[in-house]
Design a protein. Structure first.
Lengths: 204, 251
């Protein structure tokens, strides 16, 4: 019963959601409002659960001397941002926005820019034109990279045009097919949850 | 001095605005040599600041409008309907049982509802998006120029061929096999193009960082020299060599 009743609850909630396509009137409006309030509160309590989880993890790290000083630094930065946000607001020109612009943005941009080095080094080791498919991947990536920089246009005037064509036509077709696959997969997963075939979100 | 003015003086002055971004950039760049404490300090500051930033945004855009304000209104004028907020809040609190090993099942009731409702909500949206993608494909072949027309032909047949690659109800032989092979080529072009775009995006971020260092030359030189000296001292005198376990010694 620890799993059956929750699955039944989910099924009823899902079916009631579909009711709006078939039933009109006060009952339908009220149940829609009732469930949408539930989803909003889920967001609110979800944030609280997240805060508790972070606090708990860092507490155990500090208590068990597992990277204690990094955990203290992490928690103090969280508390500093929360304090600044609550004290001075979040509009531009406040200490909170200054922390965002001068600490968060540089760190984020640098961490992501570091990936350029690792992607390039991984590509150098793994990109080898051993088959037609891998040669196609290699050529497509080189043309797209060249088309995005002035050097590509200087080498041959048609490279930016070919790069744009690759992005618009075959790349768009591949992306579309993968999007179709993703949607079909997610619908299947949702139907499995709906009918209780997928139970990994429920505890024993 | 007023406390707010003190905070403004600390976080909005020129020293903070010019030195901190440069120091942050150089600290993270030090990872290119090896993993080191300066990088880890930077990493943890980044995690802390991003979490604090997200929490404040969540407070402003989720907790305040969806919970604090309705509860405040409840005290001004109570409606019978407001009880639903309290019921949902109490039900949602059962999510905390997930932290307990023995009582984790209590949260199942709420998660069951949440996932079922989300599934019900999401299925029509996904179907709608598939139909939207499909209708976008159905355009006249003649798009004006030869160049534009070839694009549409490749998009339509490329999408079809790539979908055929995922069709496993029949063996990939004959026409289906050849179509599936074209589908693989189409997907390889997509992966190559996605890779190229990602690399160029990362490189442009790196150029942006390099321009920041150029804009503040004094700060950049001081921070870079400081970080290099720290790395030399750390790896020369403090970093212990990692013990390499010889597997054969256990035999």
């Amino acid at each position: 019963m620890k799993k059956e009743i929750p699955i039944l609850l989910g099924l009823i909630a899902g079916i009631l959601w579909y009711g709006e396509f078939f039933i009109a009137g006060m009952f339908q409006e009220n149940q829609k409002l009732f469930f949408s309030n539930g989803m909003k509160i889920a967001g609110v309590v979800g944030v609280l659960v997240g805060v508790y989880s972070v606090a708990r993890q860092n507490y155990y790290k500090i208590k068990n001397k597992n990277e204690r000083y990094y955990a203290i630094l992490r928690v103090s930065m969280i508390l500093l941002m929360v304090f600044l946000g609550l004290k001075s607001g979040t509009s531009s020109g406040t200490p909170f926005s200054s922390m965002f612009m001068n600490v968060y943005v540089p760190f984020q941009a640098t961490v992501f820019s570091l990936l350029a080095f690792y992607i390039a080094s991984a590509a150098y080791r793994s990109f080898k034109a051993k088959s037609v498919e891998s040669a196609v991947l290699l050529v497509a990536s080189i043309i797209v990279m060249l088309s995005k920089i002035p050097l590509g246009g200087e080498m041959w005037g048609q490279i930016p045009v070919i790069g744009e064509w690759i992005m618009d036509a075959p790349s768009s077709a591949g992306r579309r097919a993968i999007i179709f696959g993703g949607y079909l997969g997610s619908i299947t997963m949702m139907i499995r949850i709906f009918f209780g075939l997928e139970r990994s979100h429920l505890s024993e | 001095m007023d406390f707010n003015a003190l905070l403004d003086n600390i976080f909005l002055n020129d020293i903070f605005v010019t030195w901190v971004p440069v120091l942050a950039t150089v600290m993270v760049m030090s990872f290119l040599y090896k993993d080191n404490p300066l990088y880890k300090i930077g990493e943890n500051i980044f995690i802390g600041v991003s979490l604090g930033y997200m929490w404040i945004l969540m407070w402003q855009y989720t907790i305040k409008p969806f919970f604090i304000m309705p509860v405040q209104d409840m005290f001004v004028e109570f409606h019978f309907w407001d009880i639903t907020y309290i019921i949902w809040f109490l039900l949602a609190l059962t999510m905390f049982f997930r932290f307990s090993r023995k009582k984790a099942w209590v949260a199942n009731y709420y998660f069951g509802f949440l996932f079922g409702y989300t599934a019900g909500y999401y299925i029509p949206i996904a179907v709608q998006n598939i139909l939207l993608q499909s209708t976008n494909l159905m355009k006249p072949m003649n798009q004006g120029s030869f160049f534009e027309t070839t694009k549409w032909i490749v998009i339509i047949f490329g999408t079809f061929a790539a979908l055929m690659y995922f069709f496993f109800s029949k063996p990939h032989k004959g026409v289906l096999g050849k179509t599936a092979r074209v589908g693989i080529v189409i997907m390889m072009i997509f992966f190559g193009a996605a890779f190229g775009s990602t690399v160029m995006g990362r490189v442009s971020l790196f150029i942006d960082r390099a321009l920041l260092l150029v804009d503040f030359p004094m700060q950049s030189i001081v921070c870079t020299i400081g970080v290099i000296i720290y790395l030399i001292i750390y790896f020369k005198f403090f970093k212990k060599e990692e013990k390499v376990i010889d597997d054969e010694s256990f035999i």
